[in-house]
Design a protein around this ligand. Structure first.
Ligand SMILES: [Zn+2]
Length: 474
């Protein structure tokens, strides 16, 4: 038995000990309406929270990955596994000019003053714009790649005549991250993009060797056509190299490095966060960040759980719709106060509601009906694929979703860039829009410490026009 396990959060399927890691739940049946997500779970009695200071997060936090323990169980040494990560990181640096290093996380005095926080409180900014490929997305995919590479070694995969390609649906940061990481590992990548993808991004994808297929949106057909095409490719044998936990559960594990970096910084500073605002499109970023903090706490890291606020644009807010439905069910079971503070998810009545939601996905999450538009094009996913993990994170922490209008999204980006000097795009600063909204409504006090994630760098000199559907998917 390894100290980590891969378990489906929807149906309970569990990877047999010693079997190769999987990205998707093999028990999923089309149309079963179960929210299958392969989730890496930790055994707290056999692990401790890493306190190393290695600059590469995939080295520092290696003992929290399933790949590490699968490798050790198969006879690889700690040094072997560090060397594997470092070899991949060097290859990434060759492709992108930089490898994975802890990204900056600090209180911004100017931003805190601008939002009228006191010296006691303030706004902490996690700056992902200088990360590999210019956004947080590469974290998700590097984590997945390490799992795939270790699985190949452990299970002595023979090089096939025609190895299965990696595949992703995206028009922005996720595709760029996938292309960089796939290129570093010399794996083929198919990218499904919409017909309005940014030509600069498409050119870069081609330069990185990705194969590109343009997918048109058909009138009257709901849902993202690139995602539908991706599902076809996966059904035909492609490896889902995506930032959607339902297709690639281990992308969430890779993204947890972001949460762990925040935890380590807070522990080192002796401070704690009251709230965490995370922009949500597909939901993997929020699921990873809060998941990393929850895992760290399970392993005894001395860090408080901040209230999680998932931030969506008015143009597409399927997560709030799902949250409201779950909350209504909880209030039927637990009373009208449920959800007004942190909720004990182990309470049998709450656990029953959440387990029922996982088995009746379509009653909570379905594609946004209208074609969504926002200046923050990267959070316009038709569905919040990782909705249930994000809803659970909000309930456990006493947070709630925030839906912001376009004026606030534009203002947040102006304030972000003016106050911090970070050249973040509108999608990347959309979590800050949620903070602006709650601060403006008096729901966040001046002495609170809050964190936002600036996730993607602006590409090109011009901001994307309002209404364009470009950028990354968060
Ligand atoms: Zn399952």
């Amino acid at each position: 038995m390894t100290p980590t396990a891969l378990v489906c959060a929807g149906c309970g399927w569990r990877l047999p000990d010693g079997d190769p890691a999987v990205l998707r739940c093999p028990a999923a049946i089309a149309g079963d309406d179960i929210d299958h997500v392969v989730t890496r779970v930790l055994e707290p009695s056999r692990l401790s929270y890493p306190t190393g200071t290695e600059p590469d997060p995939f080295v520092r936090y290696r003992t929290l990955s399933h790949a590490y323990h699968a490798g050790r169980a198969a006879g690889l040494s700690d040094a072997d596994l560090v060397a594997l990560v470092e070899r991949l990181d060097s290859a990434v640096a060759e492709v992108d000019g930089r490898g994975f290093r802890e990204t900056p996380f600090a209180r911004s005095a100017e931003l805190s003053d601008r939002l009228h926080f006191s010296a006691t409180g303030g706004v902490w900014v996690k700056d992902e714009t200088g990360n590999v490929s210019g956004s947080h997305k590469a974290r998700h995919l590097m984590g997945t790649l390490i799992e795939l590479e270790v699985a190949d070694i452990v299970h002595a995969a023979q090089p096939a005549a025609e190895p299965a390609p990696l595949a992703i649906a995206s028009c922005g940061n996720a595709a760029l991250a996938a292309a960089v990481v796939a290129r570093a590992a010399r794996r083929h990548l198919d990218v499904f993009i919409p017909d309005h993808a940014d030509p600069v991004v498409v050119t870069r994808l081609r330069d990185l060797g990705a194969r590109i297929e343009v997918c048109d949106r058909e009138p009257g057909v709901p849902g993202d056509p690139t995602y539908a095409r991706l599902l076809d490719a996966v059904a035909a044998g492609a490896v889902p190299f995506t930032c959607q936990g339902n297709l690639d559960g281990l992308a969430i594990e890779g993204g947890e490095t972001l949460g762990w970096e925040i935890v380590s910084a807070m522990v080192a500073s002796g401070r704690s966060l009251d709230r965490l605002f995370v922009q949500v499109g597909g939901g993997a970023l929020a699921a990873s960040t809060i998941g990393g903090i929850l895992d760290a706490r399970r392993l005894g890291a001395p860090v408080d759980l901040p209230r999680l606020h998932a931030v969506q644009a008015e143009g597409a807010a399927p997560l709030r719709r799902a949250y409201d439905r779950v909350l209504a069910r909880l209030r039927e079971e637990l009373g009208p106060e449920a959800g007004s503070g942190p909720l004990d998810l182990d309470d049998p009545r709450a656990a029953a509601v959440l387990a029922d939601a996982a088995r009746h996905r379509s009653a909570y999450m379905w594609p946004w009906e209208a074609e969504p538009h926002s200046v923050a094009g990267g959070i316009l996913d038709d569905e919040t694929y990782d909705w249930l993990a994000v809803v659970r994170g909000m309930l456990a922490s006493g947070g709630f979703p925030v839906v912001v209008d376009e004026v606030t999204l534009v203002a947040a980006n102006d304030i972000a860039r003016e106050s911090t000097g970070i050249d973040v795009d509108h999608t990347g600063s959309s979590g800050l829009a949620g903070l602006l909204d709650l601060r403006g409504r008096g729901l966040v006090g001046p002495d609170e410490s809050v964190a936002v994630l600036f996730t993607g760098v602006r590409r090109g000199p011009a901001s994307p026009p309002s209404g364009a559907r470009t950028g990354d998917r968060s």
